[in-house]
Design a protein around this ligand. Structure first.
Ligand code: SF4
Length: 714
């Protein structure tokens, strides 16, 4: 996906998020003033706001230096005071105050009253010196190019989301070459650059070694495998486990903290017992520290080293990056030094991992042999903080940041020793692969999403697809996939594939949102209205665009997503210019089974039609009445009464209304029976057997996925 597309997507998300959280149902009206740094210096962001707000350039107020609006306002306020004869402050006084405040900050550093501080990383200098001397005792064995002339070597590549690591080992597992590079947005080029170094190394000797087998792991596994013809792809955790065992066969726990993710592997008697992976929260990872190092004007290495000097690390807690950022700023304002913040962050990274991700209270679960991996442990303060918190020494190999690649290389070697065969690896012969790769943009027509796909065709003829949200049509796995049975698809068809035209001339067109309670009860409402002589117009299926349509009228950030989506559905009906919108207020639902305890709709679902009236106001702002009769579905008698009252108000005679009601009840009942019948058939042994046979025929696993769907999933 191009950088331009990614940035456009980020801007789109910023605009939607801003409108959803700030406008809270109010419609911004002209003139609009865009101010602040991002909106001044990023014209694309401004354009996105203009597009989403549906305003024109003329509706945007233009002022000089909108990025300085707050400072300008403050100066103007001072000017008013001066005009009134009040002197705000002389420059000399301002300077004196600033100097006094600097002195106060300096004083508070030596006496950090009021701030919560943690124990220093070391008791004294002697302890620190001894720890630093013994910190990295586990060193990988190395070998020189002269020692491996003419011999087989084994390549391991760990293509991560931000960095690419490469290791080359010999038959004894000794490391000849390693590389650790930031991807800079192009993992393929980064790998090529490292392989070019390998090539130069080979060229430096007569009778050079050769790559006998290669393995790739990580985020970019499929890409590099296709590009270079790597012999095998390896599961990341297995690569890390293999590398750990090479350093300490008794390893009981591996903690791998990378730039943006964290892996924890619990090992029992040489076997992986359980794995925890965290990719969602970056506050326990390397980029977290990098971010704060940059904020304080230090490089990562210097920032890390500073932590070791801290006498009183700040207690910054264990919150997400955003909250942590304000805690750090507060600590800086209160006079904390960089070394105290750096040490505090090292503690926070480990506490986040322990308490938020692993949720352990008893550190004995890690066992005796803790092994550290990942670039974050290049930071000695994080290593030390872990030992202080767990009360155990931890092994930190000298190639902690390369362990995935090293493990992959060892697994390649293991495979070759078990069965020697020719390698398919072509990376060293294709160092200019990036220029020779053909790139095509195509559109997948596998479903309504119509994903924009990038197809890369490498010189070796293999292909790689990116941009696809599923592998139904385009797959990088190499194996074909056979579609199984999907109950949501069947249910969707049973719900919505039904007649929506009445016999004869329709009385009017009534729109029904495909959302919240009208979703699951659509067979009932559709039949009731069609049988009463109305044409039903159902809002379109939920898509991203549907959500975006209504985002400006969402009043609460915390409301559930189906409720947020409902706004888009109402706008969809307004755009279709239906005559009325039907969105009943249902307090009690129809019991799903005889002994159901509660059938009370949640207040959001029950009351949302009223909220739609006040925020979107279809009648007041768009001239389309919103019908939201209060109806209960718990009791057939009361339901009939509510329906007849509503239809009567629309001019439907009682006889027609009664007949329509009976047919609506039958339609809903038949729909539910059909869902149960289809579901029961799907789990019949015969059906399961057929699916398994189909999977077996293409040598793929058969997968059964069960989940509770939200009422709006479509
Ligand atoms: S890639 Fe999957 S989700 Fe995207 S259009 Fe094709 S079938 Fe649909």
């Amino acid at each position: 996906i191009s950088h331009a597309d990614i940035l456009a997507s980020v801007f789109n998300a910023v605009v939607l998020q801003t409108l959803a959280t700030l406008s809270r149902g109010r419609t911004p009206s002209r003139q609009v003033l865009f101010c602040g740094g991002p909106l001044t210096f990023l014209p694309s962001l401004r354009r996105k706001f203009i597009e989403v707000l549906k305003i024109s350039k003329e509706d945007v107020a233009s002022i000089d230096h909108p990025e300085l609006i707050s400072a300008t306002g403050a100066a103007l306020a001072a000017l008013v005071s001066a005009d009134e004869g009040r002197c705000v402050m002389r420059l000399s006084e301002l300077r004196a105050r600033l100097e006094a405040s600097d002195a106060a900050v300096t004083a508070s550093v030596s006496s950090p009253a009021g701030q919560t501080r943690l124990a220093p990383l070391f008791d004294d200098d002697t302890q620190r010196a001894e720890w630093e001397r013994t910190r990295v005792q586990s060193r990988v064995k190395r070998v020189t190019i002269a020692e491996v002339r003419g011999k087989p070597l084994f390549l391991g590549i760990d293509s991560g989301s931000t960095t690419t690591k490469i290791c080359l080992v010999d038959e004894a597992g000794r490391l000849l070459f390693n590389s650790y590079q930031h991807n800079r947005g192009n993992a393929l080029q980064t790998a090529c650059d490292a392989l070019a170094e390998v090539s130069r190394l080979f060229d430096s000797v007569d009778n050079p070694p050769y790559i006998a087998r290669s393995a790739v792991t990580g985020y970019g596994e499929d890409l590099l495998r296709a590009a270079f013809g790597c012999d095998e792809g390896v599961v990341e955790t297995l690569a890390h486990f293999r590398a750990a065992q090479a350093f300490e066969p008794r390893t009981s726990f591996i903690l791998d903290i990378g730039g943006q993710d964290m892996k924890a592997i619990f090992i029992d008697h040489g076997k992986i017992r359980s794995i925890e992976i965290n990719e969602a929260c970056s506050s326990g990872c390397g980029t977290f520290i990098e971010l704060f190092a940059n904020t304080t004007g230090y490089g990562v290495a210097d920032f890390a080293q500073k932590a070791l000097d801290s006498d009183a690390p700040c207690d910054l807690g264990t919150r997400c990056t955003v909250f942590m950022n304000s805690k750090v700023k507060q600590a800086l304002r209160e006079g904390a030094g960089v070394r105290d913040i750096s040490a505090g962050l090292a503690y926070s990274v480990i506490k986040n991992a322990m308490h938020k991700v692993l949720k352990v209270t008893d550190t004995s679960v890690f066992g005796e042999y803790i092994l550290l991996q990942g670039g974050t442990f290049r930071n000695p303060a994080v290593h030390r903080a872990l030992e202080n918190i767990t009360g155990r020494r931890a092994i930190c190999p000298d190639i902690a940041e390369l362990m995935g690649a090293y493990g992959a290389a060892l697994l390649a070697r293991d495979g070759w020793l078990a069965q020697q065969s020719n390698s398919s690896f072509s990376g060293l012969q294709n160092l200019d692969i990036v220029e020779k790769t053909r790139k095509q943009m195509i559109r997948c027509k596998g479903c309504e999403n119509q994903c924009s796909i990038t197809r890369l065709t490498f010189p070796n003829g293999s292909k790689f697809y990116t941009g696809n949200r599923c592998e139904k049509i385009f797959s990088n796995s190499g194996k074909g996939t056979v579609k199984g049975s999907s109950m949501p698809e069947i249910k969707y068809r049973l719900l919505f594939d039904r007649p929506m035209e009445p016999q004869g001339q329709p009385r009017a067109v009534i729109g029904i949102p495909r959302a919240l309670n009208t979703y699951e009860n659509f067979p009932f409402w559709c039949t009731l209205l069609v049988e009463s002589g109305f044409r039903v117009h159902l809002s379109a299926p939920s898509r991203v665009g549907m959500y975006e349509k209504g985002v400006g009228t969402i009043t609460s950030e915390n409301i559930c997503f189906p409720a947020k989506l409902t706004h888009g559905h109402i706008y969809d009906l307004i755009e279709a210019r239906v005559d009325r919108i039907f969105f009943p207020m249902i307090t009690y639902e129809n019991p799903e089974f005889a002994d159901a305890d509660g059938v009370f709709n949640c207040p959001v679902v029950g009351g949302y039609p009223e909220l739609i009236r006040s925020t979107i106001d279809p009648e007041g702002k768009h001239g389309i009445p919103l019908d939201k009769p209060p109806i209960t579905m718990r009791d057939t008698g009361l339901l009939r009464k509510g329906c007849e009252a509503y239809l009567g108000a629309l001019g439907v005679d009682q006889k027609t209304a009664r007949r329509a009601f009976e047919r609506a009840v039958a339609a809903q009942r038949e729909y539910k029976q059909a869902v149960r019948r289809e579901g029961a058939e799907m789990i019949q042994p015969n059906h399961v057997h057929v699916v398994k046979q189909r999977a077996k025929a293409i040598d793929a696993p058969a997968i059964s996925a069960l989940a509770k769907s939200l009422p709006v999933v479509d």
